[in-house]
Design a protein around this ligand. Structure first.
Ligand code: ADP
Ligand code: MG
Length: 702
């Protein structure tokens, strides 16, 4: 939950900034408990929106409970059965009665309930109804004990808010507090939204929306309230991104308009023609580079769509215009891979290029730093080592950032700060659902490579369990016999890197000795030196290794078209986008290719869904949507590290329909009033300053 802004930046009347402790009935202890929920001031509490509402206008009679449904009901406790001594695995049960009949509620692993329930209490329950041994049972319900003398308008007979809780603060106590806060203070909130915008989008006022988001009179009021609050989150975000973008496009950058000789020679040397998508995207980038304002462009393209060549064309163009280029990748292996690819493409044109990662040390490092600073290097490829202090360029004109979602706004800004308004090209191989692209890259123009090079066939993807291992080995052998090559992938989980390494090493040994004694089995892992990895990759590319056992270091970037099978061990341990990246290692040649997802006998539910998504589609955008759905937006992108303000209410999935209108409005407002100086935008300006804090300024460096 976001805090309110510093007082100086907020137009909020005193009342909103009142610490909760000053409210009647909130003592120091309660205040500390509320702090654990992120609630310090009245304003925090107003924006502490319930995560769901329970319809208690329609409590189900106990005799009418239906197995299979999730329902709410109420009754009087008539019996309590803790699990018998020594049989703690049995549930704790409570028998309830109402005018129509009886039902049992049961909880596993909940001995503390003995201190909660007592005969004669009235309770309200919400949970899943099942039939168990012929009787109706509600399993693991949420419960509330109804106490005498409470304000029943709040807790029953209406849509009742259910809040996230913290230890020591009961649902009812929290709800009663929220009721008082909303009653007393929702009206203090100034609505920052210009009346015209509000009317056009048919959004309710802010005060009403806050009231109804907590204690709605009906479903419809709740829906529009949430819509309004989500709109505000989106608007503030899009306004900030829009301001950043407007500043960038007003900034004086470098107009790079060389004759295009180097790019032409690079294209001529390629063993293939560009796809129509590559052609289109390249011309978008070229136009940006030629323009006098700095390029600020995101290049999205599925695995294998050919982003590297496009980036190389941009590098060649910058160099021909007399500038240097920097290419930043998130991992050492990817930086190394890029370095090799760029060298292959650019060295024949006579462009000096160097690698800079933390693995490059001592004299070598000093030499490369000097060459970059003096402008001798045309292009430096590296990891985030590139943005560290001490790395300088004489004339940095182009910054390329690969796998952007692993970098934040800040790192992006720091790389650009190595030059004077250099052009920026951000590439991502994780296609981003449109909602997210707008949210996180609202300050970038977007190009999409929506076409794979010709001849690619979808990778046949299957899920298998351990029992099928002998048949899988048989299949791998058939493929190798037919002339193909094979990857066997092991997960590399950071906290147990050593263990996983052991597993991969042992597996390579086992395959070499026992399974494929007649084949060449290689091993690749992150602890090897650049030279060692390079040598293994070179031999694999040359076809001297048939079966390559690898940790996930090969996740991105590796390109061996003759490889036709990727066998992923412990597939349940991988994230969806990672699985998709790994699958992208095959299907790069004209052969039918396979991805085999090997799991234990019973992977968890989420793992099963990930694996199902993989077997159902090879479309990176669909995979990304599924990933977003399964993990939620925060996890998906690590929004924390993105450096953007957090949403207070909006949920990218649920509220997606209001995102585009909010973006349109933000663009309109900024076009008319770039720094929000007009009187009718005063409220928005305050909201923006307080929600973005210092970030608007920081980010404007980029
Ligand atoms: P990614 O977008 O995943 O970075 P790459 O740039 O690594 O994709 O390209 C994947 C493979 O496709 C490489 O082997 C590359 O040489 C090849 N490739 C790129 N563009 C084309 C094209 N237009 N026609 C045929 N092959 C291409
Ligand atoms: Mg790539």
């Amino acid at each position: 939950m976001a805090r309110s802004g510093p007082p100086a930046a907020s137009p909020a009347p005193e009342g909103l900034l009142t610490p909760l402790q000053f409210l009647k009935g909130v003592g120091p202890q309660r205040a500390r408990q509320l702090q654990r929920l992120g609630l310090e001031t009245v304003e925090d509490a107003l924006y502490f929106i319930p995560f769901r509402h329970e319809d208690r206008t329609r409590l189900t009679a106990l005799s009418a409970l239906e197995p299979g449904k999730t329902q709410s009901c109420a009754g009087t406790v008539v019996g309590i059965s803790p699990p018998p001594r020594g049989r703690q695995r049995l549930p704790f049960s409570v028998m309830l009665r109402d005018a129509t009949g009886y039902a049992t509620a049961s909880w596993f692993n909940a001995p503390y309930l003995e201190r909660v329930f007592a005969r004669g209490q009235r309770v309200v329950l919400h949970g899943k109804v099942v039939r168990y041994r012929g009787a109706i049972q509600i399993q693991h319900p949420d419960y509330e004990i109804v106490e005498a003398g409470e304000d029943e308008r709040i807790h029953s007979g209406r849509l009742v808010p259910i809040y996230h809780q913290t230890e020591g603060v009961g649902q009812r106590a929290l709800r009663a507090l929220m009721w008082r806060v909303v009653e007393a203070h929702a009206g203090d909130v100034a609505d920052p939204l210009p009346e015209a915008v509000r009317a056009r989008r048919q959004l309710p006022g802010l005060a009403d929306s806050l009231r109804n988001a907590h204690f709605p009179p009906a479903e419809e009021a709740l829906r529009t309230a949430r819509r309004r609050l989500a709109y505000d989150d989106f608007l503030v975000l899009q306004l900030g991104l829009g301001i950043l973008r407007a500043r960038t496009s007003r900034a004086r950058g470098i107009a790079m308009k060389p004759r295009g000789e180097l790019a032409r020679r690079l294209r001529a040397a390629l063993p293939f023609a560009l796809t129509a998508a590559q052609d289109r995207v390249w011309s978008e980038i070229r136009t940006d580079m030629a323009a006098p304002s700095p390029m600020h462009r995101l290049l999205q393209g599925d695995v294998g769509s050919g982003k590297t060549v496009v980036a190389a064309l941009a590098v060649a163009t910058a160099v021909e215009a007399g500038y240097q280029a920097a290419v930043m990748a998130p991992t050492e292996i990817l930086a190394e891979q890029h370095f090799m690819t760029f060298q292959q493409l650019l060295a024949p044109l006579g462009l000096p290029i160097a690698l800079l990662t933390s693995a490059v040390k001592g004299r070598e490092r000093a030499g490369r730093l000097k060459a970059a600073a003096e402008g001798e290097l045309a292009c430096v490829v590296g990891t985030h080592a590139l943005v560290q202090e001490g790395v300088e360029f004489r004339r940095l004109g182009l910054a390329v950032v690969d796998e952007q979602h692993r970098f934040g706004v800040e790192q992006r800004a720091r790389l650009r700060a190595k030059g004077e308004h250099p052009d920026l090209l951000v590439m991502t191989a994780t296609p981003i659902p449109r909602t997210l692209a707008l949210t996180l890259y609202g300050d970038l123009d977007v190009s999409v490579l929506d076409e794979l090079p010709p001849g690619r066939r979808p990778v046949v993807t299957v899920a298998r369990t351990e029992g099928k291992r002998p048949q899988i080995y048989e299949f791998l052998r058939e493929q190798v016999t037919a002339g193909r090559q094979v990857y066997v992938i092991y997960p590399l989980v950071e906290e147990s890197a050593a263990l996983d390494l052991k597993a991969a090493t042992e597996m390579a040994e086992h395959l070499r000795k026992d399974v494929f004694p007649d084949l060449a089995v290689g091993l690749l892992h992150g602890r090897m030196s650049f030279g060692e990895k390079d040598e293994v990759m070179r031999r694999f590319k040359a076809g001297e290794i048939h079966v390559l056992v690898s940790t996930t270091v090969i996740e991105v970037g590796i390109d061996v078209p003759n490889a036709s099978v990727v066998l992923i061990e412990h597939a349940e341990r991988f994230g969806l986008s990672q699985l998709h990246q790994l699958r992208g290692r095959v299907g790069r040649g004209p052969w039918k290719s396979y991805c085999i997802l090997l799991t234990g006998e019973s992977p968890g539910e989420e793992a099963r869904e990930r694996i199902a998504a993989m077997t159902e589609t090879t479309d990176g955008f669909k995979i990304a949507e599924a990933d977003l759905r399964l993990r939620g937006p925060g996890e998906f992108f690590g929004t924390r590290q993105s450096g953007l303000p957090q949403f207070r209410v909006a949920d990218l999935l649920r509220d997606a329909p209001i995102l585009e209108p909010a973006r349109q409005d933000a663009l309109g407002i900024i076009a008319a009033d770039p720094e929000l100086r007009a009187p009718e935008h005063r409220g928005l300006r305050h909201a923006l300053l307080s929600r973005w804090r210092g970030k608007l300024d920081l980010a404007s460096v980029g």
